[in-house]
Design a protein around this ligand. Structure first.
Ligand code: ZN
Length: 141
């Protein structure tokens, strides 16, 4: 069992963060938190927060920065929209080892560095009815 502590964020694939930011800010009232480019993933990420301080949920708008970005491939196949749901976990490597041992399909057997210096890993969407699942271990403070 992964023992997810919370939903860490929801990832949404977009062609352009600038084109969609207004909807989240002006229609939903989400708070813009900033932008970060994750060069390794060829993606620019825009962060928005929804909900009261201390209980907010983060949205990640994912914009490809190159035609061979994984997000470009996703948008080509499925169009813009829900890309993944991320769950907060601790001991991410142990969680991955245990899942692998249980026979669950993983995309990442080793965690990689995500935005905000998190350690992240994806489970295969076949393991979770088509919704890509991300495990996310926050950076140690
Ligand atoms: Zn994510």
């Amino acid at each position: 069992m992964i023992q997810a502590k919370a939903i860490n964020h929801i990832g949404i694939a977009v062609k352009s963060i600038a084109a969609h930011r207004d909807f989240y800010e002006k229609t939903l009232g989400a708070r813009w938190e900033g932008e970060e480019t994750v060069a390794e993933q060829k993606v620019k990420v825009g962060f928005l927060l929804v909900g009261p301080d201390g209980h907010e949920v983060r949205l990640e708008l994912l914009e490809p920065t190159a035609p061979d970005s994984p997000i470009s491939g996703f948008i080509e196949k499925k169009g813009e929209g829900l890309h993944h749901v991320a769950y907060t976990v601790d001991n991410i490597q142990q969680r991955l080892d245990a899942l692998k041992a249980s026979g669950l399909k993983l995309i990442d057997e080793k965690p990689r560095t995500g935005a905000h210096h998190t350690q992240i890993a994806f489970l295969h969407p076949k393991a979770s009815c088509g919704v890509l699942t991300e495990l996310c271990q926050p950076a140690a403070h």
